[in-house]
Design a protein around this ligand. Sequence first.
Ligand SMILES: O=P(O)(O)OC[C@H]1O[C@@H](O)[C@H](O)[C@@H](O)[C@@H]1O
Length: 300
Amino acid sequence: MQSQTSAQQPVQLPAGIRLIQNQHGRDFLQIDHPAVSARIAMEGAHITHCQPSGQGPLLWISSDEPELPGKTIRGGIPLCWPWFSNTRAGPAHGIARISPWQLTAVSSNADQVSVRMSLANSLIAQALPGEKWQLDVEFVLGSDLMVTLITRNMGEEPQALSQALHSYLPVSGIDQVMVQGLESCTYLDQLTGHLQIQQGPVRFTAETDRIYFNHSGEVRLIDANKQVISVQREGSDSVVVWNPWIEKSLRLSHFASDDYQHMLCIEAANAGPDARILEPGETHRLSSRITRDAADNSAV
Ligand SMILES: O=P(O)(O)OC[C@H]1O[C@@H](O)[C@H](O)[C@@H](O)[C@@H]1O
């Protein structure tokens, strides 16, 4: 089967992969492969679902999320680019998650599916006057999920970049999970603006919005049910940990009142002190590999 969107060469779609529209007219790449089922919204190149065969879902999405065209999606992995949060004027978390992307390659073998998408240079130039970027994203889906955001400075001046793979991970109950791997790491508490040092594993009893930095190791989300989700990053010396808790939940779009209990964002990032300057011609790759590990004996 071939897929074609405007001004794009046709991309051959392997068996089990097709373009679909939801009931509201939003376009998705639907992947039904023996190794994995997944769904990626064309707008935002936003993966909303990924479930390796025989495992639970790797990503969380709100039950209140209608996935309307033209709206950001509450769950999955929003791509925050070329700025994180409100660090520049314009839409929160930048333009990538609200822009239409193009499929550039899709392939599969017995074990995995690879998808590559691009944001048109002309669209970037229009949204970010004076800047010249090439932006691509690669998804490799199989027994785990690897997402890589590839940014190239196509201009003649250095350009500033901050970004995140804003991964919403499922948890059985937020007050019973912990995050390992950030012990003794310094973080910027985005709620107070203060720097803090992490004591022990991260646990959750209130709104949490932190940028851990000078950190590149594995981060492990240990659930009370002994399920473990591992996040391994490349090109990232910062990781954002976010849960809105009760009060902020009420202000979020497409977020049910008890959704905060069932999600935790662990975001591979270049944010806070880890924001980058890309020299002309320089390419930066930001990756996150999200894996369900076999249950271990860690106490929660
Ligand atoms: O509501 P948005 O724009 O998707 O952002 C959600 C959250 O994203 C997190 O990455 C930020 O650290 C939070 O401050 C923010 O609230």
